[in-house]
Design a protein around this ligand. Structure first.
Ligand SMILES: *Cc1c(COP(=O)(O)O)cnc(C)c1O
Length: 228
């Protein structure tokens, strides 16, 4: 049976190979370990193998894990859908939010970010798969949203995040990720982050410029949503 440490080694090799294939410096691609549904012990194992950044989708689950792991210097990223009544806890307990897709949520995060913490790093989630996805702002709405968010005081707009419709077709993967990269470039806001690529499509995402790949299954194994 492979361990989390083995899996981190394998994913790191995939990242290295994907970066080399397009003459990118592998250090420009960061690995976000998506620990949703996995116990605090799995995070501990990943930490022992060198991981520092962890992504969570469900607030209550994340807060529980954070409480068990206060002895470790971890950086937490919120990557799931955000309801208004969850913004305060997110603003107080995370370093990054990858899944902002409307101004109201960004305004609340800015107002609620504690003054003693650094600005909250933000990615705008953009929907490049049309009706196939419910989350993410439309490409048409993106420029105004990005302008407005970049003006909010307690946030630091870093870039875009996307979850394209899953496909095994490399050309389709490339087209979706290239669209995200081009949207980011067209904003002209000097953004440095593209959060895109998951276990099945990280090679394509890296070829198109990903700076964070968000990896769950390939690090921690399949998720079992039946076992809370
Ligand atoms: C679950 C999740 C991931 C990780 O997906 P895997 O296919 O398990 O690597 C990445 N990003 C988001 C937003 C997720 O919800």
């Amino acid at each position: 049976m492979s361990t989390i440490a083995d899996n981190i080694g394998l994913v790191s090799q995939r990242i290295r190979a994907a970066a080399q294939a397009v003459q990118r410096d592998e250090s420009s691609v960061h690995l976000l370990a998506v620990s949703k549904t996995k116990p605090a012990q799995a995070v501990r194992e990943a930490y022992a193998a060198g991981m520092r950044d962890f992504g969570e989708n469900y607030l209550q689950e994340a807060l529980g894990k954070q409480a068990e792991l206060t002895d470790l210097p971890l950086s937490w990223h919120f990557i799931g859908p955000i309801q208004s009544n969850k913004t305060r806890a997110i603003a107080e307990n995370f370093a990054w939010v990858h899944s902002v897709d409307r101004l109201k949520i960004a305004q609340r995060l800015s107002e609620q970010r504690p003054a003693d913490l650094p600005a909250l790093n933000i990615c705008i989630q953009v929907n490049v798969s049309g009706e196939a996805s419910k989350s993410g702002c439309t490409p048409a709405d993106l420029p105004a949203l990005a302008e407005a968010i970049s003006a909010l005081p307690r946030l630091k707009l870093r870039g875009l995040m996307a979850i394209p419709e899953p496909t095994e077709d490399r050309a389709a993967q490339d087209a979706a990720f290239a669209a995200v990269r081009d949207l980011q470039a067209s904003l002209n806001l000097g953004l440095d982050t593209l959060s895109m690529g998951m276990s099945h499509d990280l090679e394509s995402a890296i070829a198109q410029g990903a700076t964070w790949v968000r990896i769950g299954t390939a690090l921690f194994g399949a998720r079992d949503y039946g076992q809370p």
